[in-house]
Ligand binder design. Structure first.
Ligand code: HAM
Length: 417
C-alpha cells in the first residue's frame, strides 16, 4: 500500500504550478506597488506566541494548532497564521527604529488542524500584509484596497466586502456586559460551543453559523451601536475612504472574526463560489497586539488571504490563465551511437541561455518526437550521423513544421528568438 499525503494536505503538482507562479507574481507586483517589503518568518514558533497573540480561548488556540515539544521539552507550534510571527519579528528586530511605519508582506504555508472540507485544509497557503505604526483610518482603507486591487488584477469577480468595527478595549468591555445580559436567559438554547463561549469569549457567539444560535442572537445588541466616540469616528472615516474609492461594501454588524487581537476595523472578503468556506481574505486593525507581546503601544492593521481559495474561485469563475511556457528546444538523436555528441549540444544550448531537454531512455526517433510534441517545445534539434559528419543538424520549427539543415556553429543564432 502506498503512503498517502496526510489528511487535509495536498501536493501542488507540476501541471498546476504555473497557476501558483502566476498568482504569486501578481501578488508581489501589486504589493511592491503599494510599498510592502517581504518578510519570511519560521514555519514554527514557540507556542506561547500564538496563545498570547491569537487568544487563549479562540478556536485556533484551543483546538486547531499543531503543537509538539522540541528535544528539550519546549513547546513549539506550526504557525497557524502570520500576524503574531510578524509582530514577534518586528519587536525582536527593533523595526520601530528603522521607520515609524513598517509595511510588510508574507506568503507561505500556514497550519491548522481543522476538519478538512472543500476550501479548508490543514496546510494552506496565505499571503498577508501588515502595516505597523499608523493609527490613521486611511491605513485600514489601504489594506482593503490592496486586497481588492490584487483580486481585480487576477480577474476575480462578484466578491463581497463585509466590514465591521469591533471597538477598542474600552467600548468593547461595556458592550460585552450588554451582550452577556442579553444572552443570559438564552444561554440554554445556544449550541454547546456557544455555551462555553458565553463565559470565555461571548463576542464569538455572534458569528456562530448554527441555526439555533443565529435565531437567538437576532435581537442582540450590536457593537457598532455601542462604540465609543473615537471608534465611531474611525469607522466612519474608513467607510468614507472606501466610498471615495467607489468600493462596494456592506457593514456586517455581527462580523467578529476568529482571532482575539482585533480592535476597531474588522473585514472579510467573500466569494459566493466557495460554499461554506467562503472567506477569501480577512483582516483588520490590531492596536493592542504589539503591546500585549511586550512592545510599546503601537497601532497596526493588516489582512491575510488563502491562496488555495483564490485559485478555486478563479477556476470556478473560469478566469483565463496565461499559456503554459514550454521549453525552447528538445534535442532528438537518431540513434544511441551519437548520444554523447547530442548531450554536448544540449548543454551548449542551455549554456547559451535557452531552455532545453532530451530523452535519456533510449527511445526511438518517433518516441522522442512524441515527447517533444507533448511537452510543447519551440524547436527540435535532430542530431543524425550523416549530418554530423558535415557539421550539420536538422532544425525543426514545431509550430510551422518547417525543417532545415543548419551549421552547428550557427545553431544558437538560429534558435535565438
Ligand atoms: P484568518 O481569517 O484566520 O485571518 O485567515 C485569513 C484567510 O486565510 C481566510 O480568509 C482564508 O482565505 C484563509 N484560510 C484560513 N484558514 C484556512 C484553511 N484551513 N484552509 C484554507 N484557507 C484558510 C488571519 O489569519 C489573520 N492573521 C489575518 C490578518 C492579518 N489580520 C491582520 N493581519
Amino acid at each position: 500500500m502506498f503512503i498517502k499525503v496526510p489528511k487535509g494536505t495536498q501536493d501542488i503538482l507540476p501541471e498546476d504550478i504555473s497557476k501558483w507562479y502566476y498568482v504569486e507574481d501578481i501578488i508581489k507586483e501589486i504589493l511592491s506597488k503599494y510599498g510592502y517589503k517581504e518578510i519570511r518568518t519560521p514555519f514554527f514558533e514557540y507556542t506561547d506566541l500564538f496563545v498570547r497573540g491569537i487568544g487563549e480561548s479562540t478556536d485556533i488556540v484551543t483546538k486547531e494548532m499543531f503543537t509538539f515539544p522540541d528535544r528539550k521539552g519546549r513547546s513549539l507550534t506550526l504557525r497557524p497564521e502570520g500576524t503574531a510571527p510578524v509582530v514577534r519579528s518586528y519587536l525582536e528586530n527593533s523595526m520601530d527604529r528603522i521607520s515609524k511605519v513598517i509595511k510588510l508582506f508574507y506568503l507561505g504555508p500556514m497550519f491548522r488542524c481543522e476538519k478538512p472540507q472543500s476550501g479548508r485544509f490543514r496546510q494552506f497557503n496565505q499571503f498577508g500584509i501588515e502595516i505597523i505604526g499608523p493609527k490613521a483610518p486611511a491605513a485600514d482603507a489601504e489594506v482593503i484596497l490592496t486586497a481588492l486591487d490584487i483580486y481585480k488584477k487576477l480577474g476575480l469577480k462578484n466578491l463581497e466586502t463585509a466590514i465591521n468595527s469591533v471597538g477598542c478595549k474600552k467600548c468593547r468591555a461595556n458592550y460585552i456586559q450588554k451582550l452577556k445580559k442579553y444572552l443570559k436567559d438564552k444561554k440554554d438554547f445556544l449550541c454547546s460551543e456557544c455555551k462555553e463561549r458565553y463565559d470565555k469569549n461571548p463576542l464569538r457567539v455572534l458569528d456562530c453559523k448554527k441555526d439555533s444560535c443565529k435565531k437567538n442572537i437576532e435581537q442582540a445588541p450590536l457593537i457598532i451601536e455601542n462604540l465609543c466616540q473615537e471608534c465611531e469616528l474611525h469607522f466612519s472615516e474608513v467607510k468614507s475612504y472606501l466610498d471615495d474609492q467607489k468600493i462596494i461594501f456592506h457593514v456586517e454588524p455581527r462580523l467578529v472574526r476568529g482571532l482575539d487581537y482585533y480592535t476597531k476595523t474588522a473585514f472579510e472578503i467573500i466569494s459566493g463560489e466557495l460554499g461554506a468556506q467562503n472567506a477569501i481574505a480577512g483582516g483588520g486593525r490590531y492596536d493592542d497586539l504589539i503591546e500585549e507581546l511586550g512592545g510599546k503601544p503601537t497601532p497596526a492593521v493588516g489582512f491575510a488571504a488563502g491562496i488555495e481559495r483564490m485559485i478555486i474561485t478563479m477556476e470556478q469563475q473560469k478566469v483565463g490563465w496565461p499559456p503554459k511556457k514550454g521549453l525552447d528546444v528538445f534535442v532528438v538523436k537518431v540513434n544511441e551511437k551519437i548520444k554523447d555528441t547530442a548531450f554536448r549540444l544540449l548543454q551548449e544550448i542551455r549554456n547559451a541561455g535557452l531552455s532545453a531537454d532530451m530523452d535519456y531512455s533510449g527511445g526511438s526517433l518517433k518516441s522522442q518526437m512524441r515527447i517533444a510534441n507533448k511537452i510543447g517545445v519551440r524547436y527540435t534539434v535532430i542530431v543524425g550521423e550523416e549530418e554530423l559528419s558535415k557539421n550539420l543538424v536538422i532544425l525543426r520549427n514545431m509550430q510551422t513544421k518547417e525543417q532545415k539543415k543548419v551549421k552547428i556553429d550557427n545553431l544558437i543564432n538560429e534558435l535565438s528568438p
